[in-house]
Write a protein that binds this ligand. Structure first.
Ligand code: COI
Length: 353
């Protein structure tokens, strides 16, 4: 391995306390994390150590000006227990895209992949064997200069921690199309995976929940009619025999599950289009009886069928008792991830000691 990591093992593993059959998303943390610092223009202090709070000065720039980026990845295992990474090089490229947009330093791709590999291999006993469960990997980077003043920080910290998780959504989701607040505008930071995008989504998401909806469906900032994404996922619609997902216009996150789904559908000969799609087109398709299904895609959510969409006064209930494309896609992604289906696209990389 190219980079040397100092390793400090925990003396108090909490592994034996985990109930792998009952894993609410995002609440259970493994024993160890990877930490590195960016100082004087290079990455240093690379180590694996027990998960613990990291004291931070109140003047830390990340608190005030929001220089933070992150990734969401998953590791799974095959029947022999081999830990498997899913498309780590895509995540390495995406975190560096986010870094450039947020005026943060890039992480060499080989360092990112080695760090993910090492922490996953070390925590392989935390990968849940249950179908639909996985080890969620959260790499993130934040500014560490202690300075009050709006400028890019000179120093940063990069951390990776991992968590065993069950499904993000246990039921088909209900979406409320949002026509007052907007998530992102072309030229902004909507295509970077940065904390502020999620912070900005929380008020509309809370309002949607009060109305009984799980998530917001975002429309574009200028016309308030082009569908962008869901608060936690990219979105696909099946209209007649065409599968449509909004094109990457610069305001939408370039989802890795989104990319996997498009690749698989094309491979199956399904007509799949990345193109602008308006909420009016979806309403018209629903009224004409050709809105066959809709589903969200994301690392956390994997493939989430949509049960209902509300836009203004129109409520669109989607039949779940059909032979859905989203079910075939979900089963295929999971099969590739546990190696019961051939990985013909080369997406799976075993984690190594
Ligand atoms: C992911 O899908 O990994 C994300 O980062 C989104 C968040 C809802 C967990």
């Amino acid at each position: 391995m190219k980079y040397q990591f100092k390793v400090t093992q925990t003396e108090n593993s909490s592994l034996s306390k985990v109930d792998f059959n009952n894993l609410p998303f995002g609440k259970t943390f493994s024993d160890h994390m990877f930490v590195a610092d960016y100082i004087d223009g290079h990455w240093t202090n690379m180590e694996i150590r027990p998960v613990a709070p990291i004291p931070t000065h109140p003047g830390n720039m990340a608190w005030h000006y929001g220089q933070e980026i992150f990734e969401g990845m998953k590791a799974t295992r095959d029947a022999e227990g081999t830990p498997l990474l899913y498309r780590p090089e895509k995540h390495a490229k995406r975190i560096n895209y986010s870094a450039r947009r947020m005026a943060m330093p890039e992480i060499p791709e080989d360092l990112f992949i080695q760090a993910v590999n090492t922490i996953v291999y070390m925590e392989k006993a935390w990968i849940p064997p249950q179908p639909g469960s996985a080890l969620y990997i959260r790499p993130f980077m934040y500014a560490t200069d202690e300075t009050i003043g709006v400028k890019a920080s000179d120093t940063y910290r990069f951390i990776i921690f991992v968590m065993p998780v069950g499904p993000y959504y246990s039921q088909p989701v209900k979406l409320l199309a949002q026509d007052i607040y907007v998530r992102a505008v072309v030229g902004g930071v909507g295509d970077a995976k940065t904390a502020g995008n999620y912070a900005a989504s929380l008020l509309p998401a809370t309002m949607a929940r009060k109305e009984g909806y799980d998530q917001v469906m975002w429309l574009d900032a200028i016309h308030k009619k082009y569908i962008q994404e869901i608060g936690t996922m990219n979105i696909f619609f099946v209209i007649g025999d065409e599968v449509v997902t909004p094109n990457l216009d610069g305001a939408i996150l370039d989802g890795i599950t989104r990319d996997s789904v498009i690749t698989m559908l094309k491979d199956w000969g399904v007509r799949v289009s990345e193109r602008p799609i308006t909420i009016d087109e979806v309403v018209e398709a629903f009224k004409a009886g050709i809105l066959v299904e809709a589903f969200g895609t994301g690392t956390a959510a994997v493939i989430a069928p949509v049960a209902k969409i509300k836009y203004k006064d129109t409520v669109m209930e989607l039949d779940q008792n059909i032979d859905k494309i989203s079910t075939k896609v979900y089963n295929t992604v999971n099969g590739i991830r546990n190696r019961t289906i051939e990985d013909k696209f080369g997406w799976i990389i075993p984690a190594r000691p």
